[in-house]
Unconditional design. Structure first.
Length: 282
């Protein structure tokens, strides 16, 4: 039961990270290979706001969201819009090159050293029926869940969200109806990196922060998007929880040194037997 709870909590964080990636892909059919690096930037943003201004990561969430949203919009206008109509290989090289640039620049600015937020507001653990839950992990999972619900509501219930869906389904038809696709793409990048900002801010309370921290999380995000279905935000929630449970229970019941292998084995099975994922778009 301890492993199940831990897997669920981590799975909700994976789900929010993956939802940002899925939103961008569903809107523009571009895979953001710099997604993990943006997560790293969110964690460093929280760290430096704490180190320089004394703001706890949970307090600085709005600032980190704003910083990452601006990064997302700038990424679209200064890079992505120039490769939208290019071949897929060009798009892959563009975002992969962006990932290498961000990671290298972070190492240049902040060195590869490990950093952490000392004495965060969220600390300690909660005990319930013999089960111990870290308060930072529990709070992070709850915040990520509410952020996910807010994103899903925005995309499916608001006029702007419906415009995002229309743009993703048929860009030209949406433009004929007056929906500015370029602005929708920029908004999609802003929302996608805003999700990463929330997850990164919460994780910075209990994870070490360094330039390569986002790599494993981005891999899990890609797996979650493939499991849930490319472009399916709701599918990311179920897939994130599945990944968290498989990682936690696999490490407990079989062998912890192979827990990543179990996750990627499920990914391969889904890709081979159901390449469209478990759920549809949105």
């Amino acid at each position: 039961m301890q492993a199940v709870i831990s897997g669920l909590l981590m799975g909700l964080i994976y789900a929010l990270i993956a939802s940002g990636l899925s939103l961008i892909f569903g809107l523009m059919e571009i895979v953001n290979f710099a997604h993990g690096e943006h997560l790293m930037l969110a964690m460093f943003s929280s760290f430096w706001l704490w180190a320089l201004l004394g703001l706890d990561p949970i307090v600085s969430i709005p600032i980190t969201i704003l910083i990452l949203a601006v990064c997302g919009i700038a990424t679209h206008y200064f890079l992505i819009r120039y490769v939208l109509k290019a071949k897929m290989l060009v798009q892959i090289c563009a975002t992969f090159g962006l990932a290498i640039f961000i990671r290298s620049f972070a190492q240049f600015l902040w060195t590869p050293d490990f950093r952490n937020v000392a004495d965060p507001m969220l600390s300690g653990r909660i005990e319930f029926a013999g089960i111990f839950i870290g308060q930072p992990q529990f709070t992070a999972a709850i915040v990520c869940l509410f952020a996910f619900i807010g994103l899903y509501w925005f995309v499916t219930k608001t006029e702007t969200g419906l415009a995002l869906q229309a743009t993703s389904q048929d860009r030209q038809a949406a433009e004929v109806l007056g929906v500015p696709s370029n602005k929708m793409f920029a908004l999609g990048w802003g929302l996608g990196l805003g999700c990463v900002a929330i997850a990164g801010s919460m994780m910075s309370s209990y994870f070490y922060i360094f330039p390569d921290v986002g790599i494993n999380f981005s891999l899990f995000a890609f797996v979650a998007v493939a499991l849930g279905g490319f472009g399916s935000i709701l599918g990311c929630l179920y897939a994130g929880i599945i990944i968290g449970l498989v990682e936690s229970l696999g490490g407990l019941l079989i062998d912890p040194s192979f827990k990543l292998l179990y996750v990627f084995a499920i990914y391969l099975l889904v890709v081979v037997f159901k390449p469209q994922g478990m759920f549809g778009r949105y």
